[in-house]
Design a protein around this ligand. Structure first.
Ligand SMILES: CC(C)(COP(=O)(O)OP(=O)(O)OC[C@H]1O[C@@H](n2cnc3c(N)ncnc32)[C@H](O)[C@@H]1OP(=O)(O)O)[C@@H](O)C(=O)NCCC(=O)NCCS
Length: 201
C-alpha cells in the first residue's frame, strides 16, 4: 500500500481524531484505559509541544496506517492532561463510577513513576509507536522507528529510551532489531516492563 511519512506537527484535527482511535485500538496501556477523549487530548497537546518528535504514515486517501512519537520530557505532556481542570475532573469522576480500577491504576502508576530515577540528560523517550493491524509485518513499524531515530540523532540526542511490556514480543523484536538493549526490568502498577535504550555512537 502507498503511504508517506509526515511530521506529527502537521496533523489536523480530523487526523488527530483518527490517530486517537488508532492508538486506542492498538495500544493497551493506561492512556487507552482512560478512554478516547483522553487519548485525543494527549495528541492535541503533543502536537503543539516543540520538543516532541513524531511521524505518522498516511495513504493518498487519508487513512493513517501508523505513527511513532516521543519527547525528552514525556511527563510534561502527561501533566498537561490535567488541563482544562474542569474537563479533567469530569473524566476522573466518569472513571470513578464506570471503571474505578483504572483510576486506581492511574494513581499507582503516578506513584511508581515518581519513584523512578532514570531520567537521563540528552536522551529522548519513544513514548508510542503503532501500526494498524492489517499492515503489520510489512516493514512500516521499522520505517517509523527509523524516522524517529534519525530525527532524534539530527537533533543532537545521545540516546533513545523506551519502556515496553515484557510480553509484547512484536515490539521487543522491532526494538532489538533496531539495536535497542534492555537496561532494566521493573513494575509499574499492574504492568511489568523492560526499559530499553539505543545509544548513538
Ligand atoms: C510493534 C509494531 C509497531 C511493529 O510494527 P510492524 O510494522 O509489524 O513491524 P515491521 O514489519 O517493521 O517489523 C520490524 C521487525 O520486527 C520483527 N517483528 C515484527 N512483528 C513480529 C512478531 N510478531 N514476532 C517476531 N518478530 C516480529 C520483524 O520480523 C522485523 O524484523 P526484520 O526487519 O528483521 O524482518 C506493531 O506490532 C504494533 O503496532 N503493535 C501494537 C502497538 C504496540 O505494541 N506498540 C509498542 C508499544 S508502545
Amino acid at each position: 500500500m502507498k503511504y508517506e511519512l509526515i511530521p506529527l506537527s502537521q496533523l489536523d484535527e480530523d487526523g488527530m481524531k483518527q490517530l486517537a482511535g488508532l492508538h486506542h485500538s492498538v495500544i493497551h496501556t493506561l492512556l487507552s484505559d482512560l478512554g478516547v477523549p483522553m487519548v485525543l487530548r494527549y495528541y492535541q497537546i503533543a502536537r503543539l509541544v516543540s520538543d516532541v518528535i513524531g511521524f505518522y504514515a498516511i495513504t493518498p486517501s487519508g487513512e493513517i496506517l501508523g505513527w511513532a512519537m516521543g519527547s525528552p520530557h514525556p511527563d510534561r505532556i502527561n501533566s498537561r492532561l490535567q488541563t482544562p481542570f474542569v474537563w479533567f475532573m469530569i473524566q476522573m469522576f466518569r472513571l470513578l463510577f464506570t471503571r474505578p480500577l483504572v483510576l486506581w491504576q492511574l494513581i499507582s502508576s503516578v506513584l511508581s513513576a515518581l519513584a523512578q530515577e532514570d531520567i537521563r540528560s540528552n536522551s529522548i523517550e519513544l513514548t508510542y509507536i503503532g501500526v494498524v493491524l492489517n499492515q503489520r509485518s510489512k516493514g512500516l513499524g521499522k520505517k517509523l522507528l527509523n524516522a524517529f531515530i534519525e530525527a532524534s540523532r539530527e537533533k543532537g540526542y545521545r540516546s533513545v529510551i523506551l519502556s515496553v511490556e515484557i510480553d509484547n514480543k512484536p515490539a521487543i523484536a522491532l526494538y532489538e532489531k533496531s539495536g535497542f538493549r534492555v537496561i532494566k526490568t521493573y513494575s509499574e502498577g499492574r504492568y511489568q516492563r523492560h526499559r530499553m535504550e539505543l545509544t548513538f555512537k
